[in-house]
Design a protein around this ligand. Structure first.
Ligand code: NAD
Length: 352
């Protein structure tokens, strides 16, 4: 029996619905394995702006820093679009990643055999297999570099900056993960144009010498975007700078059938880690009970793994696999036995 303290950041839009469904699954794990999960609900994003005037209240950061795991829904929505750039919901997300030192974002993309018809790719391409782990650098690069807009609104810039240490630590994560998988790292950059990419490539090659068993390749980001839809089976671990990883992981998600299926974990210097679906707050379907909670449930499984509860994580993944195999589908998953968000959570909990 373990006692774990889990912070839930439900967030905005579909965030509360999908985290509620994941909590139902976590309660089933508690019951089956005899654990005690203390759930600590905190505010972040638009909901925090409404309550505290800021997207990331200090008390949220403090709670996350001492938690065993942090499960996030999603943040943002049109309600807060008029907020100044420094006080938008997304600032809460960037802020918590930075405050917790979460430099490594892991986004697995696998295809369930039953969902190949929901993928836009041809069956013969999918039959070669899709099992890609996108390892995205999360707190450096262009999303965090110096930026400015001119007073007259005529120009603006953002800056891509990477230090050798930032590249080194994320590259190590990618190679370590590759050692547990098919031992292949493909590093994504734009080294034909960007100096920051040349530095990235140099350091990745340096780290590669420490992992002689791992095959390393480099690919330009434009080619990576093309190859992902042409033949995703060629990729094992895809190591990416922040913005390239953001874009390519959304592309990888669509290959699997729906953006509502893919979880992610963000790890770094804080023991907790942050676990969330890769999609956003989907304001277009918020409150309709049609969102797919599977990405969030699988994010909860990644959280269990990070807390050392590996059998529990496998039980959650197996339950998701069973519910999909049994034909249950939220609307984004294509044809099948139609269910809403809440029911999908209950079915997964029952399967656990
Ligand atoms: P989005 O991911 O929210 O939605 C894109 C499309 O995918 C929409 O049609 C949506 O209905 C659908 N979708 C997303 N998740 C789904 C799910 N679980 N089930 C079924 N369909 C789903 O992206 P967007 O529309 O570009 O952004 C909406 C808001 O979310 C914005 O405010 C954006 O800033 C924010 N956002 C937040 C995060 C985060 O919190 N990590 C990430 C991306 C975007």
């Amino acid at each position: 029996m373990s006692n774990k303290n889990i912070v839930i950041l439900a967030g905005d839009g579909i965030g509360p619905e999908i985290t509620d469904a994941a909590v139902v699954a976590l309660k089933a794990v508690e019951k089956k394995f005899g654990h005690k999960f203390d759930l600590d609900y905190r505010y972040m994003g638009g909901s925090a702006i409404d309550k505290f005037g800021v997207p990331l209240p200090d008390e949220t950061v403090t709670a996350c820093k001492t938690a065993d795991g942090v499960l996030l829904g999603a943040v943002g929505g049109p309600k807060w679009d008029a907020q100044p750039a420094e006080n938008r919901p997304e600032k809460g997300l960037l802020g918590i990643r930075s405050a917790l030192g979460l430099y490594a974002n892991l986004r697995p993309a696998v295809i369930y055999p039953e969902l190949t018809s929901a993928s836009p790719l041809k069956k013969e391409i999918l039959d070669r297999g899709v099992d890609v782990m996108v390892v995205r650098e999360l707190i450096g690069g262009i999303y965090f570099g110096p930026r400015a807009a001119s007073d007259d609104g005529d120009s603006a810039y953002d800056t891509e900056i990477y230090s050798t240490e930032e590249v080194r630590r994320i590259a190590k994560v990618a190679f370590d993960i590759a050692m547990t998988r098919r031992k292949k790292v493909t590093s994504v950059d734009k080294a034909n144009v960007l100096l920051s990419s040349r530095l990235w490539r140099r350091i990745v090659n340096e780290i590669a010498t420490e992992y002689p068993e791992v095959e390393v390749n480099h690919i330009y980001v434009d080619n990576a975007a093309m190859q992902l839809v042409k033949d995703p089976s060629q990729f094992d671990v895809l190591l990416c700078p922040n913005m390239f990883g953001d874009i390519l992981s959304d592309e990888a998600s669509q290959i699997t059938g729906s953006i509502g299926l893919l979880p992610s974990s963000s790890l770094g210097t804080c023991k907790a880690g942050l676990f969330e679906p890769i999609h956003g707050s989907a304001p277009d379907i918020a409150g309709l009970d049609v969102a797919n909670p599977i990405a969030t449930v699988l994010a909860a499984a990644m959280m269990l793994d990070n807390m050392g509860l590996n059998d529990e994580a496998r039980a959650v993944e197996a339950a998701v696999g069973k519910v999909i195999a049994d034909g249950w589908r939220t609307p984004d998953m294509g044809e099948g036995k139609r269910v809403g968000c809440k029911k999908m959570g209950e079915l997964i909990a029952d399967a656990i």
